[in-house]
Ligand binder design. Structure first.
Ligand SMILES: C[S@@+](CC[C@H](N)C(=O)[O-])C[C@H]1O[C@@H](n2cnc3c(N)ncnc32)[C@H](O)[C@@H]1O
Ligand code: SF4
Ligand code: SF4
Ligand code: SF4
Length: 380
């Protein structure tokens, strides 16, 4: 019997879930960055001596890659901070690539020189995901603190495209860049067929001086923005059917359809995503967590080994309680709620988060208005 890719991935994911295999993960290789985005949950300055001293070495990451691969890892995201700030990134990347892992790189692209683009082209990742923060030097200055970051990003995209790299473009929406949406859409369309929208801005996990909460759109404005970009996307798709829009993209959210047995396991867990079931995140300073938003449950893979750390975090995730109010909530289907977001918003897994509640209620009320406005169809 032959399987298509979708079916194959579905089976891989279901098998990983049933057997607790860490099939997808992220290595956050550094917290340092050449940009200083106002909403960043992690970034430290590029030359932060303290951060440099706490980073794991290339050899340590390579050894961690081997241990994770032997435990079943297949899909690995390399992220930061900015991975291209590490002089040894090439060494880490090549070693992980040679292990047969399916790699995705998250980057702001501004440090990718023509020479680096050629090197990536000689050993391409499965996907290179570039976040575009605006459509002009002015917006880049406002968000990232680097006006020339805009031109450097666009030049890098040109060079990467010339190397036929599989590109993805994302944008992270905040107060300072939501007006650039249509231009960002055009940029995405120039380099690839999809635009990912990061529409949930989490509070700061760590890092120096950023202010995500002070820069994100209000709980109402973010819903208006979602509605606006959806309508704009539909209008543009009538002109070009190839452009895909993914709102609320989350590297560990699950969109596969599973067997009944697996669905039951999902039902019992507070996590509806891969976090702590088949997915993990290792921070730049060596903590293994269910996902990049959380600080717990936590284990130390560089001290106790990947397999033991994964087991500890998996067990810790099984003990994470569900939020009762969320379970009984009438607008849950319109809410971005998850354990990671509840914890980061409220400091607790069992308390509803007002930002999420307000957005969900507003989304539900807009939906109701739309349904009421639509003419009733009578079957003939
Ligand atoms: C931390 S960055 C690291 C990779 C790279 N430097 C970049 O900017 O793409 C990874 C992604 O997280 C997004 N991001 C940053 N701060 C965020 C926050 N507070 N909430 C949600 N996403 C955030 C970024 O815009 C980017 O798309
Ligand atoms: S979001 Fe990315 S580019 Fe911006 S400061 Fe954070 S790590 Fe750097
Ligand atoms: S966060 Fe609020 S809106 Fe969302 S499911 Fe929980 S109670 Fe409902
Ligand atoms: S817990 Fe939430 S933020 Fe973390 S991976 Fe799952 S859906 Fe994403």
């Amino acid at each position: 019997m032959s399987l298509n890719w979708k079916e194959f991935n579905k089976r891989l994911a279901a098998n990983a879930l049933e057997n607790g295999i860490p099939i997808s993960g992220a290595f956050e290789l550094t917290s340092r960055c050449n940009f200083k985005c106002k909403m960043c949950y992690v970034a430290c300055p590029a030359n932060d001596i303290n951060a440099i001293s706490m980073e794991r070495s290339a050899d340590e990451w390579i050894e961690m890659g081997k241990q994770a691969r032997d435990a079943g890892l297949l899909y690995l995201i390399l992220t930061g901070g900015e991975v291209f700030i590490r002089p040894d990134f090439q060494k880490i990347y090549e070693a992980l690539c040679n292990m047969g892992l399916n790699l995705t790189i998250y980057t702001n692209a501004s440090l990718i020189t023509p020479e680096k683009a050629r090197w990536i082209g000689s050993m391409p990742p499965s996907k290179l995901s570039v976040t575009v923060y605006g459509a002009s030097p002015e917006t880049y200055e406002r968000i990232t603190g680097s006006a020339d970051g805009f031109n450097r990003t666009i030049q890098a995209l040109d060079n990467l495209k010339a190397q036929n790299i599989n590109l993805e473009i994302k944008t992270t929406v905040v107060e300072g860049n939501y007006r650039d949406y249509e231009q960002i859409y055009k940029i995405a369309h120039t380099y690839c067929d999809n635009l990912g929208i990061v529409n949930y801005i989490s509070p700061r996990r760590e890092g120096c001086g950023s202010d995500p909460m002070g820069n994100r759109l209000s709980s109402i404005d973010i819903v208006n923005y979602e509605r606006y970009i959806t309508e704009y996307g539909e209008k543009m798709r009538q002109k070009d059917k190839n452009v895909e829009l993914k709102i609320g993209q989350d590297e560990m959210e699950q969109n596969n359809l599973f067997s009944d047995k697996v669905n039951k396991m999902l039902e019992e867990s507070a996590f509806k995503c891969q976090a702590g079931k088949t997915g993990f995140w290792i921070t730049w300073d060596g903590r293994l967590l269910p996902c990049g938003l959380l600080n717990e449950p936590v284990a130390k893979p560089f001290e106790i080994g990947f397999v033991n750390a994964w087991q500890q975090v998996r067990e810790g995730c099984m003990r994470v309680p569900k939020c009762q109010e969320c379970m009984e909530c009438d607008v849950r289907s319109e809410c971005m709620v998850c354990p990671g977001r509840l914890m980061t918003e409220t400091g607790c897994f069992t308390k509803p988060a007002s930002y999420l509640c307000e957005s969900a209620r507003y989304r539900a009320s807009l939906k109701k208005q739309r349904v009421q406005a639509e003419p009733v169809k009578i079957a003939t």
